[in-house]
Design a protein around this ligand. Sequence first.
Ligand code: PXP
Length: 254
Amino acid sequence: MRYLRLGVNIDHVATIRNARGGRHPDPVRAAQAAAGAGADGITAHLREDRRHIADPDIVRLVEEIDLPLNLEMAATGEMLEIALRHGPHAACIVPEKREERTTEGGLNVIQGHNHLAPYVRALQEAGIRVSLFIEPEREALDAAVALGAPVVELHTGSFCEADIVGDAAARARELRRLADAADHAERIGLECHAGHGLTFDTVGDVSAIPTLVELNIGHFLVGEAIFGGLESAIKRMRSLMDKARAEASGARSA
Ligand code: PXP
């Protein structure tokens, strides 16, 4: 049974900090707490408008946190320069629109090939592991291979949205899309991650997909931290992931 890594996205600790300015709550302290609670990595998205994570946070996350940092970034010259300067363990290239509330869909890896290719190359040449945030579609996975990216992250937003609105048919359909895409990723040699909108109610079904190796989860964990603390929310998420994966593995070998 393959281990499923948990990357904790701390963006929204910074959102709360920025609501008032100043230093509290500190996303780097949240990253330390996440490390103590069993996270395998820290994820942070430096947006063009700096609405949550800010440049000094990236410096401190690289210097002060022992866990690998996964920097989510748009494919822009500014972000590439920042990534190359700080050398995070990984960079996940995401689409970014200034007016969106969150990252609304996957990258257009097919039409965007010529734009994305130099970013993938430059990051890889600097020893930064590149992943591409894409919709769970075979054509997008094939396009990621054509770009030379070793890793993809599947956007779980549609699956999680179906869960929120209680549309069981759409939920089942979206889960199948994720499982098919993760299966295809394995066949064509891509390491496959997933994330966006995951909660205690949705993480189990996604964790049961055996070829996924990492989930990145943020907003829900920070929200739950209000009620029971960040460490307890992360520990519960971790245990739901482990339980679902062990059960699915047992069911397959029975
Ligand atoms: N993965 C990627 C590529 C993302 O852009 C985000 C959101 O920043 C996440 C995972 C985490 O999503 P959420 O905060 O909804 O858990």
